[in-house]
Design a protein around this ligand. Structure first.
Ligand SMILES: *Cc1c(COP(=O)(O)O)cnc(C)c1O
Length: 387
């Protein structure tokens, strides 16, 4: 047992600037979507280098739903996605009456296997949803070329991938139809709850903006600043209630400003883990290619059979030493709903199944100190030595 304080698996880093901006939003009276949301969206597009529209929403799940709605996913349509992801990636396909088609991942990166995508394509396939696991980009050259060849849409689940680059290009700026980011509390930046939908296509962006707020053709802010009478609006579709509030955007503006610094810190911590854990009977997560950015949302290690301790025992032993760990992910093919509704079994996804059985995510976040990191390393060594 450790007498030190428990080190949680994840914690957000929220500073005085975020707090002051949130207070400012509240004092201003604009607590729903308004000027701060507009500013956050603009700053986000600028952060990505321009040439895209950013549409702020109240979660990445909402954003993925809007993206699939905008590209016209409907009943009978198949959407290919990795089984090794969070349920949000797949559930949004169901919201629209479509069929998620799970495929296996690559052992080296935990990311969707391009060959498995090709093997899963049928005449009903409409889209591919790559997930940049832990913040490392998928092989987007392969995925975009498969999509082009087969006339498929691409919606990137970039919940982990801010900021991430693929061959020098920021995720969000590639040739896919949509990229969706998450600002959930444990992601690389947070607005409490929130997400951003990014697209370079003006028509798709327009559809998302309408559908994020009840199918209203203009949002509250437009009514406030334009010549149209404030009371006037038109419903053009049965939309959703997915808009971001200015309270959330106020946090986002400053979190985004600090994001490059957060990434540098996360990468340094990952490198510190890489050297401190080298030589142990565990498999360390892959680095990005030279010159590319890895968002380092997670640091997923794999306990190899020779380490003599099961994944579940390892997590219990770490907790006894005051260290919070987690598992990413319980693949979709193991959850009762997906198992039954998609008729999938572990044998269909041998790589994902093996990764899941061995995977442990250890703490990696900017609020951790060097001592915290050392404590995690020492605890891992102690658990493995006592196995
Ligand atoms: C967190 C997460 C989401 C959902 O993000 P929310 O903002 O909580 O809706 C989607 N996909 C993946 C892979 C995630 O990790």
């Amino acid at each position: 047992m450790s007498d030190e304080k428990f080190l949680p698996f994840a914690l957000p880093e929220i500073g005085e600037e975020e707090i002051a901006e949130v207070v400012d939003a509240i004092r201003s009276g604009w607590v729903t979507t308004g000027p701060k949301t507009r500013q956050f969206e603009q700053n986000f597009s600028e952060f990505l280098g321009g040439g895209v529209e950013s549409i702020a929403v109240n979660s990445a799940t909402a954003g993925l739903h809007l993206a699939l709605e905008a590209i016209g996913i409907g009943p009978g349509d198949e959407v290919i996605l990795p089984t090794y992801t969070f349920t949000a990636t797949a559930e949004v396909v169901r919201y629209l009456g479509g069929t998620p088609v799970f495929v296996d991942v690559l052992e080296s990166t935990f990311n969707i296997d391009p060959q498995a995508i090709v093997a899963a394509i049928t005449p009903k396939t409409k889209a591919i949803m790559p997930v940049h696991f832990a913040g490392l980009s998928c092989d987007m050259d392969a995925i975009l070329s498969i999509a082009k060849q087969h006339g498929l849409r691409v919606v990137e689940d970039a919940a982990h991938a801010l900021p991430t680059t693929w061959r020098g290009c920021k995720i969000g700026k590639l040739a896919s139809d949509f990229t969706v980011f998450s600002f959930y509390a444990n992601k690389t930046m947070t607005t409490g709850e929130g997400g951003m939908v990014v697209t370079a296509d003006a028509e798709l962006a327009k559809r998302c903006k309408i559908m994020r707020l009840h199918g209203i053709s203009k949002d509250a802010f437009d009514r406030y600043v334009s010549k149209t009478p404030a009371w006037f609006y038109e419903i053009v579709a049965p939309g959703f209630k997915y808009n971001m509030s200015d309270i959330a955007a106020a946090m986002g503006i400053h979190q985004l400003h600090r994001l490059p610094g957060f990434q540098v810190k996360r990468e340094l911590m990952a490198q510190a883990y890489n050297s401190a854990l080298a030589g142990l009977p565990i498999c360390l997560p892959p680095d990005a290619a030279a010159g590319d950015l890895h968002a380092r949302h997670l640091y997923p290690i794999r306990l190899l059979p020779e380490c003599g301790v099961s994944r579940d025992t390892f997590i219990e032993e770490m907790a006894k030493r005051g260290i919070g760990c987690s598992v990413h992910f319980i693949p979709l093919h193991l959850h009762p709903y997906w198992k039954e509704s998609c008729a999938v079994t572990p044998e269909m996804f041998p790589v994902a199944q093996r990764l899941f059985e061995q995977e442990v995510s250890i703490p990696l976040y900017t609020k951790m100190t060097e001592e915290d990191l050392l404590r995690v390393v020492n605890s891992i060594r102690s658990v493995l030595n006592n196995a």
